[in-house]
Ligand binder design. Structure first.
Ligand SMILES: [Fe+2]
Length: 312
């Protein structure tokens, strides 16, 4: 702020008045004082200006610092965005690779399945020629097995697996000598021991592929009994695989109700009664109950009629 300076005493303006040395001295002092005050004022203004300049400088520095930080953050954000985009691209590529791998696996599985089914048909051809078993017997057994498995609430893939595996239950008979296999007489103990071997041979013939896992269990265990008095291992109850327990019921029922060289075909009612009398002894009671239910709702009759029509 500018300070006003009062000049005194005033220079006399009376005409003719004497201007003495005192007045000059006074004026000089006054001038010196005014100069001092102006000086102080200028110094204060300079200091104020310097302070304002410093403040502005600080504010500009702060703004610059903020700008640098924002620029840094922008660069970081850009880098993050690029990283994220790269991650998404990688993720998409990985997903595509996974989808390609799954598709390849599906194709391979389908191929394996086709090969497996071809193998089955060759094995069956050999077995039916050897055993004089009819294809329709195997087809009925398969259909009964699938119907029982479905009745027991099993998922569709397992129903199908049990079905195609069931037709290989007697495949080991390829190794059984003809005179024993086709004998119409009562078998001796030694001959019966040879017959038992077809379960073990069947399991061996079916190798180690996962595709034949259920078929191997069925081949090995389809002559086991619920009460443990079966062969070849004397397994009992649920130690016998469910697939084999189901095949056991289906195979025996169809053998009883089919004509063979040494016997006539039993009626459905007689065959069913025989199977039911074996519940808890030869057969799993739950499997027999499911079979009974299939009989009662007409499924057994329907399957027999459909297989007969297909054979014709
Ligand atoms: Fe058998």
């Amino acid at each position: 702020m500018v300070e006003s300076v009062e000049v005194s005493p005033p220079i006399p303006d009376v005409p003719g008045a004497q201007v003495g040395p005192d007045v000059f001295r006074q004026l000089l002092r006054q001038a010196v004082r005014v100069a001092d005050l102006a000086n102080a004022q200028a110094t204060r203004m300079a200091l104020d200006f310097a302070e304002i300049y410093r403040r502005e400088q600080r504010a500009r520095d702060e703004v610059d610092a903020h700008l640098r930080q924002m620029s840094l953050m922008e660069k970081q954000a850009t880098r993050y965005a690029e990283d994220l985009a790269q991650m998404l691209r990688n993720e998409r590529e990985r997903r595509h690779e996974l989808e390609r791998a799954l598709e390849q696996e599906r194709v391979a599985n389908e191929e394996l399945r086709r090969t497996g089914l071809q193998g089955i048909s060759h094995l069956l051809l050999a077995a039916t020629i050897k055993d004089q078993t009819t294809g329709s017997h195997l087809l009925r057994v398969r259909r009964y097995v699938e119907a029982i498995a479905d009745r027991l609430g099993m998922p569709g893939e397992l129903v199908e697996e049990f079905g195609y595996s069931s037709v290989m239950h007697d495949v080991g008979k390829i190794h059984t000598p003809d005179h024993i296999l086709q004998s119409e007489h009562h078998l001796s103990t030694e001959e019966f021991e040879v017959i038992k071997q077809h379960c073990i041979d069947g399991e061996t013939m079916l190798g180690e592929a996962r595709f034949f896992e259920t078929a191997r269990a069925i081949a090995r265990e389809h002559h086991e009994r619920w009460d443990g008095k079966g062969y070849p291992d004397g397994k009992a109850g649920k130690d016998i695989s469910l697939a084999a327990r189901i095949v056991s019921v289906a195979d025996v029922f169809d053998a009883l109700t089919s004509k063979r060289p040494y016997k006539d075909a039993w009626s459905i009612a007689t065959g069913l009664a025989s199977v039911e009398s074996g519940a808890g002894k030869q057969f799993d009671p739950d499997v027999v109950a499911a079979f009974r239910a299939l009989h009662d709702d007409g499924s057994i009759e329907r399957i027999r009629a459909e297989v007969a029509a297909a054979s014709d």
